[in-house]
Write a protein that binds this ligand. Structure first.
Ligand SMILES: [Zn+2]
Length: 48
């Protein structure tokens, strides 16, 4: 599953509990995140 960070248009992998693979908690700013089927574009460890 992937989520898009809408301000940056970067797509991250989602790990457990709404945390991205690179360690951002999507629940801190839920307005900035949406589920997507796009390809993951984040290059950080855990997402790529
Ligand atoms: Zn990421």
């Amino acid at each position: 599953m992937a989520v898009e960070h809408t301000p940056s248009e970067i797509v991250h992998r989602v790990a457990k509990g709404g945390i991205t693979g690179c360690g951002t908690n999507t629940k801190d700013e839920p307005d900035h995140w949406k589920n997507t089927s796009k390809e993951i574009t984040c290059n950080k460890n855990g997402c790529k």
